[in-house]
Ligand binder design. Structure first.
Ligand SMILES: Nc1ncnc2c1ncn2[C@@H]1O[C@H](COP(=O)(O)OP(=O)(O)OP(=O)(O)O)[C@@H](O)[C@H]1O
Length: 261
């Protein structure tokens, strides 16, 4: 059984009168157990909508979404238990400490307080979060530190499927490396299947088994990074992933990362 299966998923949004946008335009995608699949795409290409549909926050107009064989549209509660989403919009109780927020998160997933406390310490240390600061209110922490708490919360509940929506965007270089190293470790242990949306080509290449390129709600290419590069080879020269991205999308990396108009 696959960790994730999307078949012909569509989602349209009304932008203004008479103007619609196909955020997801006939998306089919499979993630095998233990596999890390990256999605690279410019702003507005539909990555967040993809993550929201899988995490049952948005209902697709048509198509099927199965998480470990369970229909996500018909049984959102069951599916939510088997996955966790990390995104910049992660919600916390800002006045409470990181530790209190993490304990609360663990409780929702049925992890006991004692078990949670041990694991919280271990996870925070692994991702380079100074445990002494875990007692401070969330609102005192930098964005990078809050992002690490969001990641810790996702890991704490041992989700079978992790949806990482730009987990390193906005982090300082050191935090970024720590978070990436942690994702790499999870990957090596093969204990989670991961969908990773990112702007960062190197991150995608280093962390993902397969990478998809998304533009205007469609996945243009999805393959192992090496195979993608071979596919776009010209005159016997193998391009890097950045060049593949430009060739496939017509966007430069800078344009892809720029704010949506
Ligand atoms: N709730 C909504 N209402 C109207 N339009 C929406 C809504 N959510 C997304 N869209 C539109 O759907 C398209 C895809 O958006 P989405 O946020 O999924 O892209 P993205 O690739 O995640 O971009 P970003 O990297 O900026 O988050 C965009 O044109 C966006 O404006």
């Amino acid at each position: 059984m696959n960790a994730l299966e999307l078949r012909n998923v569509r989602k349209r949004f009304k932008k203004r009168r008479g103007v619609w946008v196909d955020a997801l335009d006939d998306i089919s995608l499979t993630i095998r157990r233990g596999e890390v699949v990256g999605i690279l795409g410019p702003n507005g290409s539909g990555k967040s909508t993809l993550v929201r549909v899988i995490s049952t926050l948005v209902i697709p107009d048509s198509g099927e979404v199965h998480v470990f064989g369970v229909d996500a549209v018909a049984h959102p509660k069951v599916v939510q238990r088997n996955m966790n989403r990390v995104s910049v919009e992660a919600s916390f109780f800002k006045k409470l400490s990181a530790l209190e927020n993490l304990l609360y998160g663990a409780k929702l997933y049925g992890v006991t307080d004692r078990e949670a406390r041990e694991r919280i310490r271990e996870i925070l240390e692994h991702i380079g979060f100074d445990y002494k600061r875990a007692q401070e209110p969330m609102e005192h922490l930098s964005r990078g530190m809050q992002q690490k708490v969001a990641l810790a919360r996702a890991l704490l509940t041992s989700p079978m499927l992790m949806l990482l929506d730009e987990p390193t965007t906005g982090l300082d270089p050191r935090s970024k490396r720590e978070v990436q190293a942690f994702i790499r470790r999870i990957r090596e242990r093969h204990d989670a299947s991961i969908l990773l949306c990112t702007h960062d080509m190197r991150e995608a290449e280093e962390l993902c088994d397969r990478v998809g390129i998304m533009v205007d709600g469609r996945i243009l290419a999805l393959d192992e990074p090496r195979a993608l590069k071979e596919r776009y080879a010209a005159d016997g020269r193998i391009p890097d992933l950045e060049e593949v991205f430009m060739a496939a999308t017509g966007y430069s990396v800078e344009e892809a990362a720029a704010e949506e108009e």
